[in-house]
Design a protein around this ligand. Sequence first.
Ligand code: FES
Length: 615
Amino acid sequence: PARVSLLFSPAGREFRVPPDVSVFDAASWNGIAIDSTCGGHGTCRKCKVQLTAGTSPVTPSDERAFTPEELAGGWRLACLVRTVTDLEITVPPLVTRPKAATVGVGRQVILRPGVQKRYLELTEPTLADQRTDLVRVLDAIDDLEPTPDLHVLRRLPTVLREADYKVTAVVVDETLIDVEAGDTTGRRFAIAYDLGTTTVVATLLDLGTGTPVAVSSVLNQQQPYGGDVISRISATMMDPEAAGRLRELAHATLRDLAQEVCLEGGVAPEEVYQVALAGNATMTALVLGVDPEPLGVAPFVMSTAGWPPVPAAELGLTLHPGARATLFPALGAYVGGDVVAGMLASGMDRDSRVRLFIDVGTNCEIALADGERIVATAAPAGPAFEGGSIRCGMRAAEGAVEVVRLTPDGQAEDAVALEVIGDVEPRGLCGSGLVDAVAELVRVRLMDASGRFVTEEAAAEIAPALADRLSTVGLERVFVLHRPAPDARPEDGVYLSQRDVRELQFAKAAISTGWSLLLEELGLAEGDVQQVLLAGSFGSYLSASSAVRIGLVPKLPVLRVVSAGNVAGEGAKMVLLSSRERAGADALLEEVRYVELSDRPDFNDAFVERLPFPV
Ligand code: FES
């Protein structure tokens, strides 16, 4: 299956996750905390869960961790259970207070959040001790040397006296943002945002434990201004009011999500002291009220690569009045903060292997690292993966065909097997279904390497069970994936047209030209790549074998093509959990060399060369 469903108790939440990831990772991506001190590496034996529906093979580590009765009762180590079939999982409460959290692609982050709290029992002032209220507090915090916010000075005299000088100092980075009555050290929260052009995700994090408390996602409210960054930039160029309106809509999106995760997590908005936001360069400019126009026209210049920390209120958020926001820096107009966050979460700078990172989307961002150097670029793939420009294309929503399998030599009625989101009547084809359909047609040789359907006579010979699926709609040849009734016309069902195949070829040629030119930059060959990470809301759900078959990724054994999940959001979590990781994100700006493709004389030749499917 393209996705496996996991139902977690007692949280009562269900997620559809990519196949063959660990239950531990899938849980942590979705905000379900499972005990662990080894971070999912199979050594601490703390990640005990019970599978109440569905099973998973018993590993030697499971045998050491559990009694035979427990194993028979479905107890397993979550980090060793792979998502192969649908599962129901009961997660026991946390027992260890973690010092580290696992985020991103198996990254272990030592908890060192920018938000620190210190409980202080201060001596009361006397005529002999007339230190100011502020000095009294600062003297008591020995390991931090913060400077105060105006907000805290306003409250300080009252809070100290009302709380009998028993207070908790709240420091964010180097700033004292509050002094709270009593001991509130157990309550420290932050929100990580992945501000996508289409979807926006918020994760509320408990900074004390490093665990997500609640996760929520919504469509970006800027949608009415167009589905991609170019249409939103154009809107600001045509209508002087649009920029302000787009900013407000981004703020409203972030605000609604904040409200939702706080409510779900049982956290007061005032207990959220920091947010981190990963977005592409246009989304980041729009949310901050910076003119995005130069991003949309050559020579594609950003106003700045990095952003200073800003008050969270600048993002329209009503959290703690002193809350700060960290925004990810960008490498280029089309390799934005979301990609920097993704690279951080994938450990692109921490691995000695040759790794290729591909965030598949309308604008596809690609990075290549060889253990010493990192290069990155953006390739304009067009809207095919989101269902745009495809006749029966649609987003990955209910009714979308997401998996296609063809059996050319069996019975005609079983020759086409489809997996449809929501298990309903197929309505259209989403990106992963499109890639699958084309890859399968190439595999069963109903489509030649140039992307053309074979003739009907040839089809009858090559794949008799599938031959009657080749038909026409108007003047165009099509392959019918689903007919609502045996005698229905092709146009009433779900089909793949010759032009759709071309669209996909353009998209995959743009992407593969991108990575092949990056390989050339580092003097490497396709076969040198040791791992491909498919990232982003679309890339993560692509079938590895189909991606290899159509040449979207280098020709590698499928096991080396891995789904990386929502790495942008994971990167945002990392910088909140550790100031050191935040410095790592900034360091990526220095380490990564941005390669501009659009003015390269060899781009067109490479592109044309990469249109056919590999044979
Ligand atoms: Fe440590 Fe599974 S997380 S053994």
